[in-house]
Design a protein around this ligand. Structure first.
Ligand code: NAD
Length: 324
């Protein structure tokens, strides 16, 4: 029998939503085999372990593994046999393996497909996925109004937008009515090698939106095993992260743990969304959160790693289409 979740992880409020997210969130893209093959057994075990360690926030997308991630997450959540209000699920719309489509018609159909795969009656957050690949004016004038109708229909509770460049968020937030967008999900901008989200946080706070920061391990750059082949970073950035990981290993430290601690230290970020594919990774990331809550950051190791990464600090990569 499933034991009840022990809320040992800190919960943080998400903007004005009233939701309280675990500071470590479960990124389910690995369950779509995005970072290599994951068995159904490991996928389910990871989600169950996460929930039992106090992780209450799970993020997926129809894009991850061409719907596989949503299906696996749905199966795993079902095995919890937990009341629906004990976990928070976000999925996305507008990005599919077939391509991008942020039309009202597509996103309205998309949520029904996602709910069926997730085996849920509603999702807590529906996010427009990687809006820099669409027309931002369409997001403002068509997609978000369509999502508001889904909110009224009870299929989603809150609306979000995601993307890599930070300026796409302000483009949309400055043009929609206050409260129309509840959440933004930024990725790869609050980790040791790139912390550009930090300067953007006061603006986001002024807009009343909740902030989710994804990819604290920079999509695998800040791991001992390194990033997947498709990683878009420059060879220079990859090499610097590899050097930082090697330095940590030689000192008996773990680069991923240090990276988690770094990302978790800013309380204006509601949840640090990390992709996990094994019980071991869940345990390591929960342990990193517990350690920072108890002892604070490992400042000495961090400053050494920051020095190694200084030449590539805040280096990113192009994403999206040129907006007119
Ligand atoms: P990440 O930085 O979280 O890195 C994930 C990789 O690190 C995976 O290979 C994972 O197995 C590995 N890993 C996790 N914990 C580890 C540990 N303790 N030690 C060693 N390796 C470890 O990158 P991500 O998965 O891309 O981002 C997290 C989640 O955020 C995604 O799963 C997704 O849900 C979300 N996300 C959304 C967007 C978007 O909306 N555009 C973009 C990126 C990520």
């Amino acid at each position: 029998m499933e034991s009840s979740p022990r809320h040992i992880l800190g919960l943080r409020p998400l903007g004005n939503t009233g939701l309280k997210l675990s500071c470590v969130g479960f990124g389910a893209s690995p369950l779509g085999n995005v970072f290599g093959l994951v068995s159904e057994h490991d996928a389910i075990a990871s989600v169950r372990h996460a929930f039992n360690r106090g992780i209450n926030f799970f993020d997926t997308s129809p894009y991850y593994g061409g719907t596989l991630s949503e299906k696996m997450l749905g199966k795993a959540l079902k095995t919890l046999e937990a009341p629906r209000d004990k976990y928070i699920v976000s999925t996305k719309c507008g990005r599919y393996v077939e391509g991008f489509d942020f039309s009202a018609e597509r996103v309205t159909k998309s949520i029904d497909e996602s709910l069926a795969r997730l085996q849920l009656d509603y999702v807590d957050i529906l996010q427009c996925h990687d809006i820099e690949f669409g027309s931002l004016d369409q997001i403002v004038n068509e997609t978000i109004p369509a999502l508001q109708k889904l909110k009224e229909a009870g299929k989603i509770r809150f609306i979000g937008i995601t993307g890599l460049p930070l300026d796409v968020f302000s483009y949309v937030l400055d043009r929609v009515p206050p409260g129309a967008v509840d959440v933004i999900l930024s990725y790869c901008h609050y980790s040791i090698n790139d912390s550009t989200l930090e300067d953007f946080l006061p603006y986001l706070k002024s807009k009343g939106v909740g902030v989710i920061s994804a990819s604290p391990l920079a999509m695998g750059l800040l791991t001992e095993s390194g990033p997947p082949d498709w990683h878009p970073a420059s060879p220079e950035l990859k090499a610097a992260c590899q050097a930082a990981a090697t330095y940590c290993k030689e000192k008996g430290k773990n680069i991923s743990k240090l990276a988690m601690e770094y990302s978790l230290s800013n309380k204006d970020i509601s949840s640090v969304l990390v992709g996990m594919n094994s019980v071991r990774q869940v345990e390591a990331n929960v342990a990193a959160a517990m350690e920072i809550a108890t002892f604070g950051k490992d400042r000495e190791s961090l400053s050494k790693v920051e020095a190694i990464l200084a030449p590539v600090k805040n280096q990113t990569w192009p994403s999206g289409i040129q907006q007119s």
